[in-house]
Ligand binder design. Structure first.
Ligand code: 2PG
Ligand code: MG
Length: 417
């Protein structure tokens, strides 16, 4: 089925910022995708093109929209919509830069995802199965969700703070059960927070988790474990954190809470936290430029814990290759808009798998109703996701899609790590 045209428009994300929606038309098929947007972004991410004009305080995306309508659409016209690799390659060539700064990664990624959805329709298979085909994977798997129930850092207006504290229901038997466990814990936590910090502790951050200005990290993690205990899920739930430490790194030091840490001291701090609070996964424990610190962290904790690279790797094989060489981490956080196309995202996952890393498919803090990444995580069979709290429809759009997928499968598999 040949592409007739691609049409784009400006729509809005969960933070009320403009973002790009692309619509691919091929014969009778019309498929749309909306691109997400980060706040604590890695400096090596592909470029999100913003208008930088008066409208929307500079955050408009009409230039990216125009790039789709005037440049990408004529280029892709007539191409077979099931040729994902060729289509992504054509857009990358049309852009001509390493970081998609001409067309915008938001333009390219939204078209790339819409093309994949249309390809699945042409082949009459579910999107996850189609994405699995692109990755030559048949072992589909529902993910263990890392759910950010206590938001912090840039997503909650806090400085010198761990950004995400997540529950990780590895002991569920199915994704359905994982959702039950997680939502029950979420509501228990809400009640505990209100009791301890007052009514306003029920307010939430960008990813649907609660927010507390409590400075003592241990007290926050303790509350989450209390909620896990109260709901009767101890032994089935571990924790995961994303400090997003680039945000509190300056001149070779880490400014977290009221303390200043060297990389080595921070490794010791994480080691104690992980031991004490049953933390399985640590993402961006070190700053993106602190490659030496990353190596220290992975050498010290990598054989016991999942050490995930996000800002460090930006879903880019160039940085993944370096991290493999320098033994920097053992897991990839995969974000489609960080690299800007479906094919390149899949290549990153495959490189990680080849090196016995785990892969966690991730949302952005600025999300939308688009549930593409739910199908992506099942199709790639990575077994782990990070889509935020089990609340707010921008996050639950993904969880509800995962429930649909699980429901449609005869013998579904839950979780892999
Ligand atoms: C992260 C992400 C998603 P953002 O740091 O992992 O949780 O945040 O989208 O703001 O980069
Ligand atoms: Mg992160």
């Amino acid at each position: 089925m040949k592409i007739d045209f691609v049409k784009a428009r400006q729509v809005f994300d969960s933070r009320g910022n403009p973002t790009v929606e692309a619509e691919v038309k091929a014969g009778k098929i019309t498929e749309r995708a909306i691109v997400a947007s980060g706040a604590s972004t890695g400096s090596n991410e592909a470029i999100e093109l913003r208008d930088k004009e008066k409208a929307f305080k500079g955050r408009g995306v009409l230039k990216a929209v125009e790039n789709i309508n005037k440049k990408i659409s004529p280029k892709l016209k007539g191409m077979d919509v099931t040729q994902q690799k060729e289509i992504d390659k054509a857009m990358i060539e049309l852009d001509g830069t390493e970081n998609k700064s001409v067309l915008g990664a938001n333009a390219v990624a939204s078209v790339s995802m819409a093309v994949a959805k249309a390809g699945a329709k042409v082949q009459e298979v579910p999107l996850y199965e189609y994405l699995g085909q692109l990755a030559e994977n048949k072992k589909f798997c529902l993910p263990i969700p890392q759910m950010n129930v206590l938001n912090g850092g840039k997503h909650a207006g806090l400085e010198h703070d761990i950004q995400e504290r997540m529950i990780y229901p590895f002991g569920a038997k199915s994704f359905f059960e994982a959702m039950q466990m997680s939502t029950e814990i979420y509501h228990s936590l809400k009640a505990l927070m209100k009791k301890k910090f007052g009514y306003s502790a029920g307010l939430i951050g960008d990813e649907g988790g609660f927010v507390s200005s409590e400075k003592d990290e241990e007290k926050k993690l303790e509350l989450i474990l209390n909620a896990v205990e109260e709901t009767g899920y101890s032994g089935k739930v571990e924790l995961a954190i994303d400090p997003a430490s680039t945000e509190f790194y300056k001149n070779g030091k880490y400014f977290l809470g009221n303390k200043i840490f060297s990389a080595g001291e921070l490794v010791d701090f994480y080691s104690e936290l992980a031991e004490k609070f049953n933390i399985y996964s640590i993402e961006d424990g070190m700053a993106e430029e602190d490659w030496k610190g990353w190596n220290e962290l992975n050498e010290a904790l990598g054989n016991k814990y999942q050490i995930v690279g996000d800002d460090l790797l930006v879903t880019n094989i160039k940085f993944i290759e370096r991290a493999i060489k320098e033994n920097s981490c053992n897991s990839l956080l995969l974000k489609v808009n960080q690299i800007g196309s479906v094919s390149e995202s899949i290549d990153s996952a495959l490189l990680a798998f080849k090196n016995s890393w785990t892969v966690v498919v991730s949302h952005r803090s600025g999300e939308t109703e688009d549930s593409f990444i739910a199908d992506l995580v099942v199709g790639l069979g990575t077994g782990q996701s990070k889509f935020g709290a089990p609340a707010r429809s921008d996050r639950n759009a993904k969880y509800n899609q995962l429930l649909r997928i699980e429901d449609s499968m005869k013998n579904s598999v839950y979780g892999k790590r």
